[in-house]
Write a protein that binds this ligand. Structure first.
Ligand code: UGA
Length: 339
């Protein structure tokens, strides 16, 4: 350890540590989680509360999917001391809307790759671009220690080479990807010009209990349980680097603590790249019963493959995915059977 570093210095870059002590680093912090009623935001909020943080959640409960689903996500959090929920559209965020916070986890977004075409696009510009700009303006004045932005593998589009590296030229294939990339650029601009300590995490197809109802695994598992037909878009040979929710949460915590992460962009992938047909094979074993599958045309905006090069995240924020696809799918499947 160098003379500049202390026991409370949590950067693996500077200490050579292999992992962070999340409790020591985060306990007592006031965290702002945007999109706290969503799939990722609600998991992250729960973990922060477990670590002894005070959490202010913001959510505007858009109607992209049933509001009740989000209410169910957030209901257990409201029982925990230290959690406060503000129902608010970030695009209307004013300077004094939120008290001083230590760390911002900006998870709120208008999600959905395939739904971002046509007249829906205005929701994507409002909730992904304008909302992020408003939050960054607020952060410019409020000066949090760290601002973690939930970016997306959708910024890459068709890179022409795999695995995808943070320095590859992003060429999104969907309007959704365009807005996620625009917001990532805004984070970089506010970091460069106003020292907002923003770090972007490019999530690769996140799954787990309480996954959004429009996403593949949620739809597949629900169809199996209800003996309904599974719909596959395209040949099913498209691949994704599926990432379990707990790994995404851990990446956020690491990005909050890593001393040198401001201004950086990291791929956060699960290390479980597999085709959609391959996923059906695993589900068949879990379900122990046959199910019906129908193939429909490829959806506009759907990338043929995603695959994360996570070496930068490993080197700089000590992130490595810990949950295999088999393990994660089993946990997700079991959680759906309980519903
Ligand atoms: C997901 C999220 O929905 C995005 O919000 C996120 O930004 C993105 O991951 C990302 O990694 O950046 P996607 O990869 O399309 O997007 O995730 P799924 O909805 O789980 O779809 C995975 C694959 O299954 C896609 O090829 C999709 O077309 C296919 N799919 C989906 C089906 O074949 N059938 C379905 O019913 C649903």
């Amino acid at each position: 350890m160098s003379s500049k570093q202390t026991e409370t210095d949590h950067s693996p870059l500077e200490t050579g540590a292999k992992s962070y002590d999340f409790h020591a680093g985060l306990s007592g912090k006031h965290c702002l989680v945007t999109g706290a009623a969503g799939f990722i935001g609600s998991h992250l909020s729960r973990r922060l509360l477990e670590l002894g943080c005070q959490v202010t959640g913001i959510d505007c409960f858009t109607d992209y999917y049933d509001r009740q689903v989000k209410k169910n996500n957030v209901a257990p959090l409201l029982e925990i001391e230290g959690f406060k929920l503000l129902e608010m559209d970030l695009a209307d965020l004013a300077r004094n809307s939120v008290n001083k916070v230590d760390i911002v986890f900006h998870q709120a977004a208008q999600a959905g790759v395939r739904a971002s075409w046509g007249k829906e696009f205005s929701h994507y510009t409002r909730h992904n671009v304008l909302a992020t700009q408003r939050l960054l303006e607020w952060a410019k004045n409020s000066k949090p220690e760290r601002f973690v932005y939930a970016s997306s593998s959708s910024v890459y589009g068709h890179t022409g080479k795999l695995p995808m590296h943070e320095d590859d030229l992003p060429r999104p294939l969907s309007p959704y990807g365009v807005t996620k990339l625009a917001a990532e650029h805004l984070c970089n601009l506010y970091h460069q010009n106003f020292a907002v300590p923003a770090v972007s995490l490019r999530y690769f197809t996140v799954y787990g209990p309480a996954q959004r109802p429009d996403m593949a695994f949620h739809r597949f598992i629900k169809a199996i349980i209800k003996d309904e037909q599974i719909v596959i878009y395209g040949s099913g040979e498209q691949t994704r680097d599926f990432t379990y929710i707990d790994d995404i949460v851990a990446a956020n915590l690491a990005a909050a603590l890593a001393k040198s992460a401001s201004g950086r962009v990291y791929n956060i992938g699960g290390g479980s790249r597999i085709s959609v047909n391959g996923v059906l094979g695993i589900l068949e074993k879990l379900a122990e019963k046959p199910f019906r599958v129908k193939y429909e045309p490829v959806q506009a905006g759907d990338p043929p493959h995603t695959f994360a090069d996570t070496s930068r995240a490993k080197a700089e924020i000590a992130f490595s995915p810990a949950v295999s696809l088999q393990e994660g799918l089993l946990k997700m499947y079991e959680s759906f059977k309980m519903l």
